[in-house]
Design a protein around this ligand. Structure first.
Ligand SMILES: [Zn+2]
Length: 128
C-alpha cells in the first residue's frame, strides 16, 4: 500500500525541454491549475467517441472508472500554457504496476505528435 501512496505523483524532467507528471486519476491537482484543467478536459472527452486508449496497452477507456493514471506533459518553461495528456488504464496502473520509465517510454511516440516541435532527445546535460 505504501508504494502506491509514494508513487501517487511523479515529476520528471525529460530531455530538458519537457516536464512530465504521472498522477493518479483521483489526484485533485489543486496546486496545478494548468494540469487540473488539462486533466478535466481530457476526462470530459472520455465518454464520447473516439474513445481514448491506454497509452501502454491500447485498451479502450470509455469512462473514468477505466482510467488509473494520467501522464501530463508541459514545456519546461516558467509559465507553461499548454499541457498534453495521455491516459493509463487501471490494469496497467494498479495491476501491472508499470514504472514511470515504462509508461514514459510508451508515451514518447504519442507525445512527439502533440508537443509543438516536440522531439525527444537523448538525455544529456549541456549546461556547464
Ligand atoms: Zn493499459
Amino acid at each position: 500500500m505504501s508504494t502506491r501512496h509514494e508513487r501517487r505523483r511523479y515529476r520528471h524532467e525529460a530531455s530538458g525541454a519537457l516536464l512530465t507528471y504521472l498522477v493518479d486519476i483521483e489526484d485533485p491537482l489543486d496546486a496545478h491549475a494548468l494540469l487540473q484543467r488539462a486533466a478535466r478536459y481530457w476526462c470530459d472527452g472520455l465518454s464520447t467517441p473516439p474513445h481514448r486508449e491506454c497509452v501502454t496497452c491500447g485498451v479502450r477507456m470509455p469512462g473514468k472508472k477505466h482510467v488509473g493514471a494520467l501522464l501530463l506533459t508541459t514545456p519546461a518553461i516558467i509559465k507553461p500554457t499548454t499541457a498534453s495528456v495521455v491516459g493509463v488504464c487501471r490494469e496497467c496502473w494498479l495491476v501491472r504496476d508499470l514504472s514511470l520509465e515504462a509508461i514514459e517510454r510508451k508515451a514518447t511516440e504519442v507525445l512527439q505528435a502533440v508537443v509543438p516541435n516536440g522531439r525527444f532527445e537523448p538525455h544529456q546535460d549541456t549546461r556547464r
